[in-house]
Design a binder for this molecule. Structure first.
Ligand SMILES: [Zn+2]
Length: 208
């Protein structure tokens, strides 16, 4: 009996075939580069420099990515703040899991660093670390520096100038108006709504 070649089904799925050949399919993601979504965003990507709490450069370049939805929301925050005489500066966004592991090697203390076994929301590309600039680009007074792991970073810390408390609140309120929520222990850190369901990613910045 003659077989119709068009009815023969492939023995391997494309994904299986790639796995057999030693090629992993590229992980699915919706990461977008922040300065493409918000052209006037100011970046100060500390983990691409030695000016951070680990004292070594953990990123190969000072680029910043977020998932598409939080990136679009951050654009609205920027517009909102500009109407009030401020703009955003970003310290960190998406962080590959391999970088989280390196941070944990250096500082294995979950008061300061998320355990890579569960992952940080930065690994999900749904968290961002930000502060305020004035419209001339000067950083405004805040209750502490970025990555100050003391009580000065707490949202309820009040032993600081009134201007610092006011700026912290302006930032917090603008972020919350557009779908972000803050955390008690770090005034600069915000998670975007829906973050809990998002996968931890380990795509190197160089691959993006
Ligand atoms: Zn953070």
């Amino acid at each position: 009996m003659k077989r119709n070649v068009f009815s023969i089904r492939p023995a391997f799925s494309p994904v299986l075939l790639l796995a057999i050949l030693g090629c992993q399919p590229k992980p699915a993601h919706d990461l977008v580069e922040l300065n493409r979504v918000i052209p006037d965003i100011v970046l100060d990507i500390r983990y691409a420099t030695t000016n951070n709490f680990v004292g070594e450069a953990l990123y190969p370049s000072a680029r910043c990515f977020l998932a598409k939805e939080p990136a679009k929301a951050l654009k609205k925050v920027q517009a909102d703040l500009k109407q009030q005489g401020y703009r955003l500066k970003v310290f960190d966004g998406y962080r590959p899991l391999s970088v989280q592991k390196r941070m944990w090697e250096i500082l294995p203390d979950d008061r300061y660093v998320a355990d890579p076994a569960t992952g940080s929301n930065h690994n999900r590309a749904y968290s961002v670390d930000v502060t305020l600039l004035d419209l001339d680009g000067n950083e405004v007074l805040m209750p502490s520096a970025f990555d100050d792991f003391s009580e000065r970073a707490h949202m309820d810390y009040m032993d600081c100038p009134a201007g610092a408390i006011r700026h912290r609140q302006i930032l917090h309120d603008a972020m919350e108006r557009h779908g972000f929520s803050g955390i008690d222990s770090e005034w600069w850190h915000f998670n975007y709504q829906g973050y809990k369901d998002k996968p931890v990613l380990d795509i190197s910045i160089d691959q993006l």
